[in-house]
Design a protein around this ligand. Structure first.
Ligand code: SF4
Length: 208
């Protein structure tokens, strides 16, 4: 199959990097996980800390068997698919293969593209720079809003009314603005107890 057709089918995907580490943020914080970072993102967050991921063509396009083989080299059986924006691709074949190999599958997404894949946990982190696709709201297990500006509290509530009732709601200071916003996040969560604080603990641990 031609590479372009294989990417469209989700049987080959552009891989920016893959590494075994500790999930630093959100509900699975502290859990060892193999991260699969797909190349390509059209969201354009000004504060993005992986801008190198944006251009998909920069990254090698690999068969999903090779990607899963990489994950199998480590003892942990949690995989986090991230990006870039991973939902730019059809994730059905990759997640199917991961599950056949005994992995728990998590995704980190801005929800900017139609949902695909068989995931055990969907972390939906909407961004102001590109409106989420409506398919994300019924499947999100976790709504994680990055706070970069004081208007982000309203932005968070706008999405909170659209997700399922049992979806976890997390507010996370953008790393460079942590000092500026951590106190208002703490106050907000104390007065709106349906929200929790999420921190990028991997950055404190100085791991990827
Ligand atoms: S969605 Fe993620 S990868 Fe894309 S620009 Fe925003 S932070 Fe960066």
């Amino acid at each position: 199959m031609e590479k372009k057709t294989a990417v469209a089918a989700g049987t080959m995907l552009p891989l920016m990097e893959a590494f075994y580490t500790i999930q630093g943020e959100g509900t699975f914080s502290g859990t060892p996980a193999y991260f699969i970072r797909l190349g390509g993102c059209d969201v354009g967050c000004v504060w993005c800390d992986v801008k190198a991921s944006w251009e998909a063509a920069k990254w090698p396009v690999l068969p999903i068997e090779e990607i899963v083989e990489g994950a199998l080299q480590y003892p942990g059986r949690l995989v986090v698919i991230t990006g870039g924006e991973p939902l730019m691709y059809n994730l059905d074949p990759l997640t199917r293969l991961l599950k056949e190999n005994g992995f728990t599958t998590n995704i980190e997404t801005s929800g900017a593209h139609p949902f695909s894949g068989d995931f055990d946990w969907v972390c939906f982190s909407p961004k102001k720079f590109k409106t989420p696709h409506p398919s994300i709201y019924a499947v999100a297990d976790e709504l994680k809003v990055v706070v970069f500006h004081k208007s982000d509290f309203n932005f968070a509530e706008k999405h909170a009314v659209l997700v399922r009732e049992n979806c976890r709601k997390l507010l996370q200071p953008e790393w460079s603005k942590s000092d500026l916003f951590i106190n208002s996040i703490i106050d907000y969560v104390k007065s709106h107890p349906n929200w929790k604080v999420s921190l990028q603990t991997h950055k404190f641990m100085e791991i990827p």
